[in-house]
Structure formats: structure tokens, C-alpha cells
Design a binder for this molecule. Sequence first.
Ligand code: UGA
Ligand code: MN
Length: 326
Amino acid sequence: MKSALCSRFFILLPWILIVIIMLDVDPRRPAPQLTSRPYFSPHTVGCGGSRIPLRRGSLGRDAAERQKRNESRPPLQAEPRLPTIYAITPTYSRPVQKAELTRLANTFRQVAQLHWILVEDRATRSELVSSFLARAGLPNTHLHVPTPRRYKRPWLPRATEQRNAGLAWLRQRHQHQSAQPGVLFFADDDNTYSLELFQEMRTTRKVSVWPVGLVGGRRYERPLVKNGKVVGWYTGWREDRPFAIDMAGFAVSLQVILSNPKAVFKRRGSQPGMQESDFLKQITTVEELEPKANNCTKVLVWHTRTEKVNLANEPKYHLDTVNIEV
Ligand code: UGA
Ligand code: MN
């Protein structure tokens, strides 16, 4: 009797194993990613187009599978959508432009759920930037607005009109729908951004701040934090600034941008270095700021500036047999 049971068990065992394996294998499931990063988005969208939401994993299907197998894990909820990071980048034509944009795109491509708003300082969209974006593999919006000539002076603030164009696009895009979670960040084309920075800014509730390296004539500037609140600024330049912070040192939630529709960068009365304060004053207070980067003790972004290229030997007229975009 015992041996009969035993032999029946061993005959059935391979079949039981096969059934278990078949239940566990989902032929439609994509191969697992090696790491959660780098993240590559195949979706490129032109000016004003809509973006396909990017998701990782297949939680819904996994939950269904588990239910089928009658497992007793707590029911899974739908994966909360990552807030979209909108990066507004003003950019202008110069010999290093494509190199700067290439570095920036290489960084952005590794950030999930990022929408790049590239605003050219030009009367029309350039061929160089258009074809660059078409191959960049990033959800993007390509805008343009020229800086009036009277404002093109070295002592005047830069990129005012371009950042405002980006803000206007964001507000228009979200005017009819209740705001999706989102975070806005002003990403100049020449700075250097760590990937950790995007993880930090993604949790911005209203306005978040962090240190910026290589700025203001010092190794870094940073908000001073006490008991989780910003109480002052470590800076060596114009300490009287209400928000002594570079453009690369803060992020704003989409909700705050939408509920302050008049907050823009102003030309009138604005001086270089004061644009950040003039803008932030319209939407927040120092007490309200959310310190990131371990209470503002880590530098995750650097205000790098690319050296002016030496074109002393560039011929006056085109001499090469081919025309190469640089
Ligand atoms: C500093 C700040 O980091 C900038 O955010 C601020 O706009 C600038 O000062 C200012 O004075 O207004 P800085 O490195 O001196 O930055 O400025 P740039 O990097 O030369 O320009 C900032 C952004 O504006 C860049 O993305 C650049 O491509 C763009 N830009 C600059 C234009 O679109 N048009 C221009 O004529 C010049
Ligand atoms: Mn710069």
C-alpha cells in the first residue's frame, strides 16, 4: 500500500512541476532590466505634442497572476505615477551649442518621466536643434523666442523671454485638466547635473532648494538649514538677495506654477543674479522652502561654464569639400 502510494507520487511529481512552471512563466513578459537605470525612453514628441506615459515593470499583470495562483499577499494597488519632471532649457546658437545639448541629453535620457522643454533664443527654430531633438530619444517640446536686441548686453540677465515661453507652454498645456503631478526645473544648457539630483527634486511639494557647486565666486553656495527649515544662505556674493540661490538650485511643483499664473521672469528692474529672487518672491517664502540633498549638505549640480572655443584658425570662407554640422 505504502509503495503503491509512493510510486504514484513519483509518477505525478514531474507533471505537477511542469504545471507549476507553466503557471509561473508569462511569455509576454519582457526580459528583466539589468538595473533600474539607465532609463531610455523611445518616445520623442515634437512641439506641443502629447507624451506617452512611461512606466516601469508590469505590476498589474503580476497581481493578476498572483490572484490566479491564489496567493495570500496583500492586494497590490496600481503603481503610483511618477511626477513628471519638466526641464526648461534656454539655448542659443554658438560653436559649443551641440556639444552642450549632447551632454545634457545624455543625462536626461537616464531620468525616468522627464519632459524636456528646449527654448531657442531665435526668431525661428534652427535646423541643428530640430534634427538634434528628433534623434535625442526624449519626450520634448521645441519652442523659440528671440531676446530683443536691446536686452542682449553682457550686464543684463539672460534667457528671460525663453524661460517665460517655457512657463507659458506649461500653463497652457495644463489649463483644462486637473494638474498631473509634476515638477519644474530650470536646466541651463551648460551646467552639470548628477542623476541623484532628479531623485531629490521629484518629491518637491511646493518649492525645493539645494546647494549649487562652482558658483558665486565660491566652491559652492547653499541654503543654511536649521531644524529642517531654510534660515539663511551660505554665499559670497550679494548676500542681500532674498533668495541667494542660482537658477540651478531650486525646483517648483507644477501645482504652484499653475496656481500662480502671473509669476514670470521680469525684464523691468531686473539685474543679473536677481532673476531667481524676483521669480521665487512671487511664488513662495524662505520659510516655506523644502531643503533637499541631505538638508542642503550635498552638491548634486555644478554651475559649469564651457570655455570659449579657439577658432583663430577657422578659414573665413568654407574650404573643406564637405559641410559638417558641429
Ligand atoms: C547665470 C545663471 O546660472 C543663469 O541661470 C542666469 O540666466 C544667468 O546667470 C544670467 O545672468 O541671467 P551664466 O552661466 O552666467 O548663468 O549664464 P549662461 O549659461 O550664459 O546663460 C544661461 C542660459 O541662458 C543658458 O542655458 C544659455 O544657453 C541661455 N542663453 C544665454 C540664451 O538663451 N541666450 C543668450 O543670449 C545667452
Ligand atoms: Mn551657465
